[in-house]
Design a protein around this ligand. Structure first.
Ligand code: LCS
Length: 390
């Protein structure tokens, strides 16, 4: 049944008709525990001598369907699902790092990731150097003999800064460090870090993969050995597993991911072009625009430029706030990647976890507006923005 084409994998990978009922949709298995058959069989399952389901914190059939499908879509050897995108990030870092290790990370990343590295991992003796990764030479300069992880997010949240994945994967490999890419904004449809040499890809599946704004979840993808270690050690003990119901919803969301991304890409390009020529707008960041400072990297490593657009109004914060209060179709809400358009103000929402000084250092200004362009008819999105801007 399996084929190499993404749209087919998105619909079929990881599922078989249910052997007892023939149901085509994989059943939602909410069971927390599974019958072991016999004491002998139970012992073999617990010892890892036999494969099978034991307890949902270890593995669950509904979650397995999602993991198999996501791995197929990414072209990864294996995948493990987590409770959230943050759980995917922290589980991966916990599975990789130990006291005395050093991390090189892009500075303009999801602020909770910035916070966990700078405020929490630092307490465990793990130091992070944050660099402007739009120039890979800055990554090279920050590497130390004890650098164990090179952590990137591209396009980055919320500035949409890009880094050169191929160059940075090479630098990390030469330094003996594990390369990790948060690919949430791009999705496997628009960008494939493993093919560009990255070791590990992470997702907030909460966003585009789910696509409908109704399930929080995360994914870690990479080599089988690493994923199995993360699953059977770090995740099993730290406990941030994905709930089966959320796995069910995210698996269903993935069925339409390639189609949705096509529409997100097309709509966002139209919105970015519209904003760029509008007299009330001071600047627009979208990887697909020729004016984007890393457009050359976008063309090299992205198959589509995604659904996220950031911009500033000429009137700064006040004008931005007035606009965000006036949109009607675009919902004033955090998060991103939903079918519906979402508009947000990073400085007063996602970025409150870092200081204002740090936020400004990253380039996230008081007036920045972030738009997650949905898959509604683009003319309606444009009309909404136009009336709000005017
Ligand atoms: N990585 C990126 C790039 C994200 O944008 C987010 C969440 C996460 C990881 C964490 O995922 P979660 O734990 O929420 O599933 N981004 C959000 C945002 O920009 N607004 O609300 C959440």
């Amino acid at each position: 049944m399996q084929s190499q084409h993404l749209q087919t994998l998105a619909i079929h990978a990881g599922e078989e008709p249910d052997p007892t009922t023939g149901a085509l949709v994989p059943p939602l298995t909410l069971a927390t525990t599974f019958h072991m058959g016999s004491t002998e069989n139970g012992a073999a399952l617990f010892a890892g001598e036999k494969e099978g389901y034991v307890y949902t914190r270890w593995a669950n059939p509904t979650v397995t369907v999602l993991e198999t499908r996501a791995a197929a879509l990414e072209g990864a050897e294996a995948c493990v699902a987590t409770a959230s995108g943050m759980a995917a990030i922290t589980t991966t870092l916990l599975a990789t790092l130990q006291a005395g290790d050093h991390v090189v990370a892009a500075k303009a990343i999801y602020p909770s990731t910035f916070a966990v590295l700078s405020q929490d991992f630092s307490r465990y003796g793990i130091e992070t150097t944050f660099v402007d990764a739009t120039d890979f030479e800055n990554v090279a300069d920050a590497l130390r003999p004890n650098t164990r992880v090179v952590y990137m997010e591209t396009p980055g949240n919320p500035l949409l800064a890009l880094c050169d994945l191929e160059e940075i994967a090479r630098l990390a490999r030469d330094a003996g460090a594990v390369s990790i890419c948060d690919n949430t904004f791009a999705t496997p449809i628009n960008q494939r870090p493993i093919e560009l040499g990255f070791d590990i890809v992470l997702y907030a599946a909460t966003k585009y993969l789910c696509g409908h704004g109704d399930a929080v979840g995360g994914l870690i993808l990479g080599k089988k050995d690493f994923i199995e270690r993360a699953r059977t050690h770090t995740l099993r003990y730290f406990g941030g597993i994905l709930a089966p119901f959320n796995a069910y919803l995210i698996t269903r969301g993935i069925m339409t991911l390639p189609l949705r991304m096509k529409q997100h890409n097309d709509n966002a390009m139209r919105v970015a072009e519209f904003l760029e020529q509008h007299s009330a707008i001071a600047s627009v960041a979208y990887p697909g625009l020729a004016s984007h400072p890393q457009h050359h990297i976008a063309k090299k490593q992205m198959r589509g430029f995604g659904g996220m657009v950031s911009f500033e109004l000429k009137g700064g914060l006040d004008a931005g706030a007035r606009m965000m209060d006036r949109v009607k179709l675009c919902a004033l809400a955090t998060s991103l990647g939903d079918a519906r358009s979402l508009i947000s103000h990073p400085a007063t929402t996602s970025h409150v976890v870092v200081s204002r000084a740090e936020r400004l250092k990253q380039g996230v200004t008081d007036g920045l507006v972030r738009l997650s362009v949905g898959i509604e008819d683009v003319n309606d999105i444009l009309a909404d923005l136009e009336q709000a801007l005017n």
